[in-house]
Design a protein around this ligand. Structure first.
Ligand SMILES: [Zn+2]
Length: 675
C-alpha cells in the first residue's frame, strides 16, 4: 500500500477496484450537458440537493454484477476500458509488431491464455515458495521482506522511493508501516468487521491449502492473530495524512536502534539499498512496535505468512481455483461485487498497471483531440486567477502569509492529457508463455526504475496516473496538478456543453486539485514542493479552527447506521471540494464579462453550474464497498461530497432560494469559510 508518497486524487474509484460495463463512450448529455431527466424534481433542492439533481438517475441505476459501484467516474472508466480493449486486441493480433508494441501484445496474449494458466496450476509459484521454505531464520525472512517491491513477497514494512519532501529536487527512501492483508487496521479491530475478519482467516487457510503449505488451518489462525497485533500498533488513516508527523529522517543505524528485533541490514540489502545512508520514516511510533511483533512471531508463522501473501498476490495470474478464491474474498466479501470480471477486463487492468504508459501512448494517439488540451489550459488559467483573487480576499489570513500563498500558486505546474516524456520499457522482458514470470519481471523492472533514480535529480516530467485513467491529482512535492486525457470528456468536460456546466464539473475538479496545495496537508509545502512552515502562527491557528468546523460537519454524516464519515480522514478532500466549487463559481462569473448569464430551460447560470457539479458525483455503491471506503479512503461518499459542499456556499442559497428550515440549511455564521 503506497500511502507515503500518495498524490491527492479526486476520485475514489481507483482505490476500490475497477470493473466495467458497456456504455456509450463519453456520450454528450442532452440538451446542454446536463441530464435533466436524471433529476428527481419531487425532492426540493434544500431538502437533499444530491437527490434533486441526480435522484432519478441513481434510482434507475443497477450496479453491474461485476462492479462494486457505478457512476459518472465509472461510466467513463468503462468507456476507456472498452477503448483499451480494442487497442490491445489489435496489438495482440499484429504479427509484425516490434519493440514496445510487441511487448504489449505478448503480455496481453499471455494473460488471455487462460488454458495455459489452468494447466500450470500452482507451479509458477514453486520457485518463490522454495525461497520461503529456505528462509528458515529471522534474518533470512527479513531479507525476503526486502524483496517485497520487486517480487510477489510481502513485508511488515513498506519501502518506497519518491521525492524528498524536504529536498524536493532529490529522491529519498521512505519507510512505513505495512503487513496487513485486510484493507485497513479497522477490519481487525472494529467489531463491525468481524464477519470479514472471520472470512479472511478462512481465505488465508484456503490459499495455504492450495499451495500445499503444511498445517494450513493452524497457521491461518496464527497469521491473522499476528496481523491483528500489527493493526493494533498501526497508525490510523487520518494520522497517515499528516505530512509533518510522517517525515522522520534517520540513518539505517538509527532506525535499527529505535526498532530492534528485526534485521534491518538484511532487509535493506534485500531491497537493493544496503548502501543508503538515510531513510525517511513515516509512522515513527509504529515501526518499533511492528518490529517487536516480528521478533515475537515464530519463524514457522512468518514463513506461512509470507507463503500466504505470495499466493494472494499471485492468485490472479494462476489457475482457476486461485482466481476464484481471490475473487470470492477480495471482490465479493470485501466489496460486494457479485461476478468475476470478464478476463479481458482483467487483462486491460493488468496492462494498465504494468505497461500503463505504453498503452497510454496508443490511447492518446487514437482518442485525445489536441483541441481539448488548449480548452483545458484556458480553463485552468481562469480558475487560477480566481484562486489568486480569493487569497487576496480572505479576511483571516495576514498579508505576510498571503504573499507566500500567492507565490506558491504562481509556481504551480499544470499537466494536461499525457506525459511529454514517455516511460522507456526497453529493459522489460516479456514472454507470452510465462504470465507469472512477466508479472514478476514487470514488478522488478519498476523497482529497478525507482532504484536507478536515487541520487539523481527529480524527474519533474513524471506522471503518477496513466492518460487512460479517469481521475486527476495534486502532487505536493512538485506542486503540480495533473489531468489525464480520459477525464477530459463529458460529463466532466465537454466543449459543446453550456459553460456553466463545464465550470461546475471540470472547473470544480481543477479548483479541487489547485486548493489541495492549500488544504490541511498541502499547505505545509511551499511553491518548490518543500515541506516547510510558511504560515504565521496566528494564520495557522485560524486555518485549523475553520477546518475543525468543517470536520465536525462531515463527522455528523452517517451513510450507514452506526458508521460515520471520518471528518479528519477526509479533511483534505472536503476542503478541496469546497474550494473547488467556490473557484468554479468565481471563474464562471468572470467569464460572463459583466453580461448576465442566459436562462436555459428555466434554469439560471448558477443553477446550471450547481447541477453540473452534482452530476459528476452521481453514483451508486454496494454497502460493503461503502463501508470499506468509510474506513480506508480519504474521500467522503459522493452524496456528502455534494450536500456537504454546497451548504457552505452562499451562492447556492441564493441560486435555489434556500431558507431557514430547509434540511440542508446552515446559518451564515455556521458556514465554513476557508477560501
Ligand atoms: Zn482530491
Amino acid at each position: 500500500m503506497k500511502t507515503l508518497l500518495g498524490v491527492a486524487a479526486i476520485g475514489a474509484a481507483a482505490a476500490l477496484g475497477l470493473a466495467s460495463v458497456t456504455l456509450a463512450a463519453g456520450a454528450h448529455l442532452p440538451p446542454w450537458g446536463f441530464d435533466l431527466a436524471g433529476r428527481d424534481t419531487a425532492v426540493s433542492p434544500g431538502t437533499d440537493f444530491y437527490e434533486y439533481a441526480d435522484g432519478t438517475y441513481v434510482k434507475n441505476l443497477t450496479i453491474p454484477a461485476d462492479r462494486s459501484r457505478f457512476g459518472s467516474f465509472d461510466a467513463l472508466q468503462a468507456a476507456a476500458e472498452d477503448r483499451v480493449h480494442k487497442l490491445l486486441d489489435a496489438v495482440a493480433a499484429d504479427k509484425d509488431a516490434t519493440g514496445e508494441r510487441a511487448k504489449v501484445g505478448a503480455f496481453y496474449r499471455a494473460f488471455m491464455n487462460e488454458g495455459r494458466a489452468d494447466q500450470l496450476g500452482a507451479r509458477p509459484l514453486a520457485a518463490d515458495l522454495a525461497r520461503i521454505r529456505a528462509a528458515d531464520t529471522k534474518s533470512a525472512i527479513a531479507r525476503l521482506m526486502g524483496h517485497a517491491p520487486d517480487t510477489v513477497f510481502s513485508s511488515f514494512f513498506d519501502v518506497d522511493i519518491g521525492g524528498d519532501a524536504k529536498d524536493p529536487d532529490h529522491y529519498a527512501v521512505y519507510m512505513g508501516q505495512a503487513g496487513l492483508g485486510l484493507p485497513n487496521r479497522d477490519y481487525y479491530l472494529d467489531p463491525a468487521f468481524a464477519t470479514q475478519k472471520a472470512k479472511y482467516e478462512a481465505y488465508v487457510a484456503q490459499m495455504l491449502h492450495l499451495v500445499g503449505w503444511p498445517d494450513a488451518d493452524a497457521q491461518a489462525q496464527a497469521i491473522v492473530a499476528t496481523e491483528t497485533d500489527i493493526a493494533k500498533v498501526s497508525w490510523t488513516r487520518a494520522q497517515q495524512r499528516d505530512p509533518v508527523a510522517t517525515y522522520n529522517p534517520m540513518t539505517p543505524a538509527e532506525l535499527a536502534a529505535s526498532a530492534p528485533g528485526f534485521d534491518w541490514a538484511a532487509f535493506f540489502e534485500g531491497a537493493g539499498i544496503g548502501g543508503e545512508g538515510r531513510v525517511v520514516v513515516a509512522e515513527k511510533s509504529a515501526l518499533p512496535q511492528i518490529a517487536a511483533v516480528f521478533a515475537a512471531t515464530p519463524v514457522k508463522t512468518l514463513q506461512a505468512w509470507q507463503a500466504f501473501h505470495a499466493a494472494d498476490a499471485a492468485a490472479p495470474f494462476l489457475s482457476k481455483p486461485f482466481v476464484d478464491a481471490d475473487f470470492e474474498f477480495r471482490n465479493k466479501t470485501l466489496n460486494g461485487q457479485q461476478e468475476l470480471r470478464a478476463r479481458w477486463k482483467r487483462g486491460v487492468a493488468l496492462l494498465n498497471g504494468y505497461m500503463g504508459e505504453a498503452v497510454g501512448k496508443l490511447y492518446v494517439a487514437e482518442y485525445f483531440p489536441p483541441a481539448s488540451k488548449a480548452a483545458m489550459e484556458a480553463l485552468v488559467g481562469n480558475i487560477k486567477t480566481a484562486l489568486a483573487a480569493r487569497i487576496q480576499r480572505v479576511t483571516w489570513m495576514s498579508d505576510e502569509t498571503k504573499a507566500k500563498a500567492e507565490q506558491k500558486l504562481g509556481m504551480l505546474t499544470v499537466k494536461i492529457g499525457y506525459p511529454v516524456k514517455w516511460r522507456d520499457y526497453s529493459a522489460l522482458k516479456i514472454d507470452e508463455d510465462d504470465l507469472f514470470g512477466d508479472v514478476e519481471h514487470a514488478s522488478a523492472f519498476e523497482w529497478r526504475r525507482k532504484l536507478s533514480r536515487l541520487h539523481q535529480p527529480v524527474d519533474r516530467t513524471e506522471w503518477h496516473l496513466t492518460p487512460q485513467t479517469v481521475n486527476a491529482y495534486y502532487n505536493p512535492t512538485v506542486n503540480e496538478i495533473v489531468f489525464p486525457a480520459a477525464i477530459l470528456q463529458p460529463p466532466f468536460f465537454d466543449p459543446a456543453a453550456d459553460p456553466a456546466v463545464n465550470y461546475g464539473a471540470i472547473g470544480a475538479v481543477i479548483g479541487h486539485e489547485m486548493t489541495h496545495g492549500f488544504d490541511d496537508g498541502g499547505r505545509h509545502f511551499d511553491g518548490t514542493g518543500r515541506l516547510t512552515d510558511w504560515w504565521t502562527p496566528d494564520d495557522d491557528a485560524k486555518f485549523v479552527a475553520e477546518t475543525r468546523r468543517l470536520g465536525a460537519q462531515y463527522s455528523a454524516f452517517e451513510p450507514i447506521a452506526g458508521a460515520h464519515v471520518k471528518g479528519d480522514q477526509t479533511m483534505g478532500e472536503n476542503i478541496a471540494d469546497l474550494g473547488g466549487l467556490l473557484l468554479a463559481l468565481d471563474a464562471y462569473h468572470a467569464s460572463l464579462g459583466g453580461r448576465p448569464a442566459p436562462v436555459i430551460d428555466g434554469l439560471t447560470g448558477d443553477q446550471r453550474l450547481f447541477l453540473g457539479f452534482a452530476q459528476i458525483w452521481r453514483s451508486a455503491i454496494r454497502p460493503d464497498a461503502l463501508r470499506r471506503q468509510l474506513v480506508s479512503d480519504v474521500h467522503s461518499p459522493e452524496v456528502d461530497r455534494v450536500n456537504g459542499t454546497i451548504r457552505n456556499v452562499d451562492a447556492w442559497y441564493a441560486a435555489w432560494n434556500i431558507k431557514p428550515g430547509d434540511p440542508l440549511y446552515v446559518s451564515p455564521e455556521d458556514r465554513v469559510r476557508i477560501w
